[in-house]
Design a protein around this ligand. Structure first.
Ligand code: BES
Ligand code: MN
Ligand code: ZN
Length: 502
């Protein structure tokens, strides 16, 4: 099989732009600041100004204008790329610019790029975003096609026009995040038949095989010994045994506390079980392990960046299938925490496996919890495909939200008022798993909260954001890698501003 992505080489070059030897010069253009770009206006014989005047190129985000630099330039192919007005410029605009440029360079089969930046772009997080964007762009999910239909990858990226000692390190961080995110996207795109629970656990464990992470994969016997009846209840309908992937990142010298506990949903395929889903769109349910892939990819980048914080990741992995031994609607399961659940809908399986996963992260010493899951269709009704739903205890939710804002990922809080808990009541067990249509994402979150033991906890519902139904100029269809960056950014704050944990 062909690789789904390649990692370009990144470097900073302080040569004059005229002397760069690459295949394509990429020139970001701020919509209302053409003065900064005067040298490229001259290089192209005034083409930029003319295009502006005719309205042929205005500098809107991701707008492209291909042209040639004059014959005194070592590299002549040149693309202007809009980044919108100065007042709207932010790290996400910069990341998308780099990704758009990278995708169109690949289409033109130009492998060596130079980003010719305005001298004022010395902000490290922007330089990091350029490396991330270019790495995201170097992803092609046609890896199962048996004929190489013109797949082409970028080989190198130069950053030019800016100076600063820390820029090389910023490029390196961005490259690592891009690489971890692409690795997560590969797992999420992987079909259910090639990624059963054992395979997910093994491949995610391999992804986390970096210094100071130890990895353990619990098999069905160990899962049973721990009493994880909720996970086992979901796994019953499948011929494939469940697994729990446990990763511990223990950097030398990190304080004993806090310990960040990341829990990711690892349903390798969600048929709905006996409460089976309609056929239309069921194929997308191969992405139901996106939360698991997200936490593992983030942990890999956190460890490679040597963030001085202890982190535990727990990924319960199973299929949700309607086999002959499957859990029936109405069955009662008992989880490892001791809580009993009346399963009134076998399609609400994510919260079941996460209940045992959250409990286990707590057992292992987590002081602050974050779970990531493609949990509910209802979050798509509430927030659409662009914004991740955030459900969190006070103080901790703000830490997550600030981190997401800093790295340009869209997230929005929804309430978890106790009043909604009414819907979780069961006549015969502690809770039902499917509390009906109203506030479906909120009641799912409240179900999870029962397993968090009062620790600071945040739940990220990525059902809308994990998967793009449409290709964009900056990203292909399919897995998006949503929330990888936010988790890394939370870890980078390493305890500062975190709420106290009991
Ligand atoms: N994996 C699905 C959630 C989902 C739906 C993700 C659509 C992406 C797109 C989850 O396991 C599920 O089936 N949830 C049910 C819960 C209901 C039965 C309470 C849902 O959202 O319909
Ligand atoms: Mn389901
Ligand atoms: Zn699911």
């Amino acid at each position: 099989m062909q690789p789904a992505y390649e990692i370009p080489q990144f470097s900073v070059s302080d040569k004059p732009a005229q002397d760069l030897d690459v295949d394509l010069l990429v020139v970001p253009v701020v919509q209302d600041d053409r003065a900064a770009m005067q040298i490229f206006d001259e290089a192209t014989g005034g083409e930029l100004s003319m295009a502006h005047e005719r309205g042929a190129f205005t500098g809107k985000p991701c707008e492209l204008w291909f042209t040639q630099a004059g014959d005194r330039w070592r590299t002549r192919p040149l693309v202007m790329i809009g980044v919108g007005p100065q007042s709207e410029l932010n790290v996400e605009r910069v990341r998308r610019m780099a990704a758009c440029a990278g995708m169109s360079a690949r289409q033109q089969r130009r492998g060596r790029l130079a980003f010719c930046l305005p001298a004022s772009w010395t902000n490290e997080s922007w330089i990091e975003a350029i490396a991330e964007g270019a790495t995201f762009a170097n992803f092609d999910n046609g890896n199962y096609k048996s004929r190489n239909e013109g797949r082409y990858f970028i080989s190198s990226v130069l950053v030019n026009g800016v100076a600063g000692e820390a820029l090389g390190a910023a490029l390196e961080r961005g490259r690592r995040i891009g690489e971890a995110t692409n690795a997560a996207r590969v797992l999420v795109n992987e079909p259910g038949n090639s990624l059963p629970p054992r395979e997910l656990a093994a491949r995610a464990s391999a992804l986390a095989a970096v210094p100071h992470i130890t990895s353990e994969i619990l098999d069905e016997k160990q899962i049973e010994t721990l009493g994880m009846g909720l996970l086992l209840g979901v796994a019953r309908g499948s011929a494939e045994p469940p697994r729990v992937l446990v990763l511990r990142y223990e950097p030398p010298g990190a304080p004993a506390s806090p310990v960040l506990g990341l829990v990711g949903k690892g349903i390798t395929f969600d048929t709905g079980g006996l409460s089976i889903k309609p056929a239309d769109g069921m194929e997308r349910m191969k992405d139901d392990m996106a939360g698991g892939a997200t936490v593992v990819a983030a942990l890999r980048a956190i460890a490679l960046e040597q963030v001085p914080l202890r982190v535990i990741a727990v990924v319960p992995c199973t299929e949700n299938m309607p086999g002959g031994r499957a859990t029936r609607p109405g069955d009662i399961l008992r989880g490892a925490s001791g809580l009993t659940v009346e399963v009134n809908n076998t399609d609400a399986e994510g919260r079941l496996i996460l209940g045992d996963g959250l409990w286990y992260a707590r057992q292992l010493g987590a002081t602050h919890l974050i779970d990531v899951a493609t949990l509910t269709g209802a979050v798509i009704v509430a927030l659409g495909k662009t914004t991740t739903g955030l459900f969190a205890t006070e103080g901790w939710g703000e830490v997550i939200r600030d981190a997401a804002n800093r790295c340009g990922e869209k997230i929005w809080p929804l309430p978890i008022f106790d009043e909604y808990k009414e819907q979780l009541k069961s006549d015969i067990a502690d809770m039902v798993n499917s509390p009906g249509r109203p506030a479906g994402s909120i009641t799912a979150a409240l179900f999870l909260k029962e397993f968090t033991g009062g620790l600071p906890w945040a739940h990220l519902d990525i059902a809308g954001t994990a998967w793009a139904d449409e290709a964009h100029a900056w990203a292909p269809k399919g897995a998006t890698g949503a929330m990888v960056r936010t988790l890394i950014e939370v870890a980078r704050t390493a305890g500062t501003g975190w709420p106290v944990s009991k």
